[in-house]
Design a protein around this ligand. Structure first.
Ligand SMILES: Nc1ncnc2c1ncn2[C@@H]1O[C@H](COP(=O)(O)OP(=O)(O)OP(=O)(O)O)[C@@H](O)[C@H]1O
Ligand SMILES: CC(C)(CO)[C@@H](O)C(=O)NCCC(=O)O
Length: 307
């Protein structure tokens, strides 16, 4: 990959040998938490990939904290606890939120005295009615479908130490922003921000999400595989939609399943794949770490930025 000249690339075997002193909390509550949200996650990957990753993050976090003190001393100010922000980017359905949740569980386990929070930038999408008004309902997920000003303000408030900052929430079930529902972020030590746009540089803003991000991860996989995961998740959404007429997928769930999958394939091809190729993949070469996944979501390569 020519765009990755400033990365060192490692096989899983190499990566796992960088640090194996800690063990996945196999018998503890954390393991139940990991499996509770996705029982298909490979525990071997958690040990081989995520344990060294959490250690790497702990080194960077310690360095970040030291730097905050040095800078405050230079400015003759009291040092304050500046939240450390981890961004997670990648295609729709590549597994960003699963990666983010897994990382949050592990960080909470290993840094038990720190407050670890997680948000998704999906909450900063315009609502369906706003998207319709703007004539871009078929561009959900594209740069113009996000209220970037609001997202930047949110990040600035969190970084600035403002107590209780609200993040709006998005639901895949209703396929829309949830009205009047907010997640409250209260001066975390670490905030994980997951979303397709976390490495984007939208031309409408003078400042970007990445200006607030201290460590960024791009979750990568071949588009054909991501399409398969997209369709699998679509199937799972259909399966749970049966019981709930308020669910966006209810009409598809009670209708012809083949027609529903036909529609999902078309949306993947015409919306999410186009978005991946035009706006998401070009941001990969800005990530600090690229995690490459293959069949069954197994991780086979990691690329770490050198400079
Ligand atoms: N490590 C993993 N092991 C097993 N399944 C996974 C893993 N990561 C993701 N999946 C599955 O892949 C699908 C997509 O994952 P996820 O919802 O995390 O993607 P996403 O990138 O956050 O998507 P979106 O941008 O649309 O919110 C889900 O069905 C999820 O259960
Ligand atoms: C909400 C996003 C943009 C990202 O998570 C995505 O899941 C989405 O809804 N994309 C729009 C096209 C589609 O329905 O797949």
């Amino acid at each position: 990959m020519a765009d990755l000249i400033n990365y060192d690339s490692f096989s899983k075997e190499q990566w796992k040998n960088f640090y194996q002193e800690a063990q996945v909390p196999l018998t503890q509550e954390s393991l139940q938490q990991i499996q509770a949200f996705n029982d298909r996650i490979s525990l071997q990957d958690v040990q081989d990939i995520y344990i060294p990753l959490v250690y790497l993050i702990s080194l960077r976090l310690a360095q970040f904290k030291r730097w905050q003190v040095v800078q405050a001393n230079f400015l003759q100010k009291e040092p304050r606890n500046v939240p450390y922000i981890i961004g997670i980017a990648g295609s729709v359905a590549v597994g960003k939120s699963t990666t983010a949740r897994l990382l949050a569980v592990l960080l909470r386990h290993f840094f038990s005295s720190d407050r670890i929070e997680l948000i998704t930038t999906d909450g900063f999408l315009y609502s369906n009615s706003e998207l319709t008004e703007r004539g871009i309902m078929d561009r959900k997920g594209f740069p113009e479908s996000y209220d970037m000003k609001k997202l930047i303000q949110f990040l600035n408030d969190v970084k600035g130490g403002k107590p209780i900052v609200q993040a709006p929430t998005y639901s895949h079930q209703i396929y829309d922003i949830v009205p009047e529902e907010f997640q409250e972020i209260n001066r975390p030590d670490v905030l994980i921000v997951e979303g397709i746009n976390t490495l984007q540089l939208p031309s409408t803003e003078p400042i970007f999400v990445s200006d607030f991000t201290d460590f960024s991860i791009y979750v990568d996989a071949e588009a054909e595989l991501v399409e398969q995961w997209y369709l699998e998740r679509f199937g799972a959404l259909l399966d749970t939609a049966f019981q709930d007429p308020a669910n966006y997928y209810y009409p598809y769930a009670i209708g012809d399943r083949r027609a529903a999958f036909h529609m999902a394939k078309r949306i993947w091809r015409e919306v999410d794949l186009v978005n991946l190729n035009e706006y998401i993949l070009p941001t990969r070469s800005r990530a600090d770490l690229i995690i490459h996944k293959t069949d069954n979501h197994l991780i086979d390569r990691l690329s770490l930025r050198k400079y």
